[in-house]
Design a protein around this ligand. Structure first.
Ligand code: ATP
Ligand code: MG
Length: 415
């Protein structure tokens, strides 16, 4: 049958366990799917029996279908997707024949296949024939035609069949999704994004828990080159593929950093920088209505990230600080950064911070009393902080595309 439309089955594993809130989570996921597919010839999006069925109004071999699948692979909250063949109505006799033909066609491209299974799920409990019976009938037809062995537990190739109230679906290939929860199902958070390896991974991890992530980056222009800003923007573009819209706030930190470098004891400089970063981040968080801050900290990774220092840094914040990488090793984080596609960006060389801003002998066990005394000596920083926030720039992205930029009396990147 020549199909003029394509069905994509979307399975949401984790949402299936959400009890009474399930309808809410599924609603958020459906909205995100609709947004992700905007611009494509989208038909209906229907929820049925723990799955979402997405209809694309072109035949299966059209590029729009491949594009839709590519986009769905990045929608958080999806366990797997499958492009399904459809039989309208419920013609069991045709199912046997056509599902078998479909299986043989897939098999031709995979000659190494030795075993198979048929797995039928009967969403429509009124359907007169039960799943085991359908598995047997279709399985026998496939076995006869292919000569393959049946292996229910660990098959090389599986033919999936779904019985819905008004149609039958079948498919062989499932593509893994991102899993997790759909963006927007949890609160908005603000991620402190350096251009390093860790914070992009932390941002992605927290996004996978359903949080919409906004970003703040502190740069030291003119003491450093613009590269860290450009790299950060590139990182936001990569992360932007996983949520409908991303905001990046760029904060000129050089002046504050310079004052600390000149006036505070060198060993606790980094702790002081981080405390002021948190204070500024909280101002941004209020503006974007974020409920928590996110960092890429991991215990023991660098001198500033001992438990003692983390405690002293955190003392400057009132919002909760989420640290998804806290117990991860650098190797694990790098592995995730490579999969995410941020590793190559984060490791591009640039001048991180000019020498005199960074101490040679950072304190690994900062004492809160000493840090508070140093802040006392710096005097009131309110004006400096306000000036810093006033000169912040904002960039907004829809998916991976920048749609707006503004603010900042000293633009750091040419438009
Ligand atoms: P990363 O690889 O994310 O830069 P790191 O191991 O270099 O992490 P630090 O430089 O100690 O760690 O920073 C700890 C965390 O503080 C970062 O993960 C990030 O969340 C935040 N952070 C550090 N520098 C900046 C910055 N310039 N702008 C925004 N956030 C920052
Ligand atoms: Mg860093």
């Amino acid at each position: 049958m020549a199909e003029d439309r394509t069905y994509i089955v979307v399975h949401y594993a984790e949402l299936g366990t959400k009890g009474k809130n399930r309808a809410f989570f599924v609603g958020v996921l459906r909205r995100n799917i609709r947004r992700a597919l905007s611009g494509l010839p989208l038909g209906s999006i229907r929820t049925s029996a723990g799955r979402i069925h997405v209809e694309i109004l072109t035949p299966p071999d059209q590029p729009e279908v491949a594009e839709a699948c590519r986009r769905l692979e990045k929608v958080l909250g999806i366990a797997w997707i499958a492009r399904a063949e459809v039989l309208q109505g419920r013609p069991l006799d045709r199912l046997e024949q056509e599902a078998k033909d479909h299986f043989l066609e897939v098999l031709r491209k995979r000659p190494e296949t030795c075993s198979f299974a048929v797995k039928c799920s009967r969403a429509d409990k009124d359907f007169p024939v039960h799943s085991p019976e359908i598995n047997r009938r279709v399985g026998s037809a496939v076995k006869l035609a292919s000569g393959l062995d049946v292996d229910i537990r660990n098959p090389d190739l599986t033919l999936y069949i779904e019985l819905l109230p008004d149609r039958l679906l079948y498919y062989c290939d499932r593509t893994e999704g991102q899993r997790g929860l759909p963006v927007g199902a949890s609160a908005r958070v603000l991620s402190l994004l350096s251009s390093g390896i860790d914070s992009p991974v932390a941002s992605k991890r927290i996004m996978t828990r359903g949080c919409h992530v906004s970003f703040v980056h502190f740069h030291s222009v003119p003491y450093t080159q613009r590269a860290s800003v450009d790299l950060t923007e590139e990182l936001v573009r990569v992360l932007g593929a996983y949520q409908p819209r991303s905001e990046l706030v760029l904060i000129p930190f050089a002046e504050l950093q310079r004052k600390i470098a000149l006036e505070a004891p060198s060993a606790i400089r980094v702790v002081l920088y981080r405390r002021y970063m948190l204070r500024l981040a909280e101002i941004v968080a209020k503006k974007v209505r974020a409920r928590a801050l996110v960092t890429g900290e991991s215990i023991g990774q660098v001198a500033s990230q001992t438990v003692e220092n983390i405690a002293v840094i955190e003392d400057a914040a009132t919002l909760p600080i989420l640290r998804p990488l806290i117990a991860m090793s650098k190797e694990e984080i790098i592995r995730e950064a490579r999969v995410l596609g941020t590793y190559e960006i984060s490791t591009q060389p640039y001048e991180d911070c000019c020498g005199y801003l960074m101490p040679n002998n950072p304190q690994t066990h900062a004492q809160l009393a000493e840090v508070l005394a140093a802040e006392e000596k710096l005097g009131p920083m309110t004006d400096l902080m306000r000036g810093t926030i006033d000169r912040a720039e904002e960039r907004v992205f829809r998916g991976q595309e920048r749609i707006r930029s503004g603010g900042g009396s000293h633009p750091v990147s040419p438009e």
